[in-house]
Design a protein around this ligand. Structure first.
Ligand code: 1GP
Length: 249
């Protein structure tokens, strides 16, 4: 299957929709068949991309199989969401080539990136330069990434990181409350970040209802990531309602 030019595709989606839905598939949670089915179904509902990865997805062989088999099923791009160098696998369209900017461990800021970059090139993955910012604490992303979580009630700190990301040439910022987070990033933080960062703003972690989705999109998020809601058996009907709200101009 031919690869999709991811950044161009996302921009063209944004011309048609207010904001985009990205569905996260953790290859260690869903098996091959259910991942394929889920990918097909969420594409039908209106998702604009499938993210594969996460901070606890470390089995490269399994991830590679999931990506390869999903790719045959859908027309929207598959974007890798690596938690480490093991998250770089062939056959996807692109990769959130991320620096966990508020990590206390330089490995997650530049070293994993240097170790993973040759494989990104070799596999022909489109790198989307992303500042990955972990908000709050107590989640897997926070723990695994040795993040000094930005407090939820300190939007200006998130904005300062986003501005630094912009000055460093990154075109994507991901505000991450963490998978299954009790509370999602606040609309106020999204708004404050948007005031200084005019690139593509991704928000994820703990989003599972229409009201939260609407408030984040109204605040300026360009894409929302939803994973746990579906892993925990959330209904596709409800996801469709959430997607309609996210997409509606
Ligand atoms: C996690 O932001 C993503 O990395 C999605 O979060 O699993 O809570 O939807 P949820």
């Amino acid at each position: 299957m031919a690869k999709i030019k991811v950044e161009k595709f996302l921009q063209s989606e944004l011309n048609k929709k207010k904001a985009l839905l990205f569905v996260l598939i953790d290859s260690e949670v869903s098996n091959l068949e259910s991942s394929k089915k889920l990918a097909r179904e969420v594409e039908k509902i209106g998702a604009s991309a499938i993210l594969v990865g996460g901070s606890s997805a470390n089995d490269q062989i399994e991830m590679s199989q999931v990506v390869k088999s999903i790719k045959k099923e859908i027309n929207i791009p598959i974007i890798l969401f690596p938690g480490n160098v093991t998250g770089v696998v062939p056959d996807a369209d692109g990769i959130l080539f991320s620096s966990l900017m508020n990590s206390e461990n330089p490995y997650f800021i530049t070293q994993a990136q240097a170790l993973g970059a040759p494989s990104v090139l070799k596999f022909g993955l489109e790198p989307l330069p992303t500042a990955y910012l972990v908000i709050g604490d107590g989640t897997s992303a926070w723990f695994v990434g040795s993040a000094r979580g930005i407090p939820f009630e300190k939007p200006k700190i998130a904005a300062a990181y986003a501005l630094a990301a912009k000055f460093l040439g990154m075109r994507f910022v991901y505000l991450e409350a963490g998978s299954g987070a009790k509370s999602s990033v606040t609309p106020e933080m999204v708004k404050t970040v948007k005031q200084v960062f005019d690139g593509f703003l991704i928000v994820g972690g703990g989003i599972k209802d229409e009201k939260t989705a609407k408030s984040l999109v109204d605040a300026g998020a360009n894409a929302l990531v939803i994973g746990t809601f579906l892993e925990k058996g959330g209904s596709l009907k409800k996801l469709e309602e959430i997607t309609k709200i996210i997409n509606k101009k």
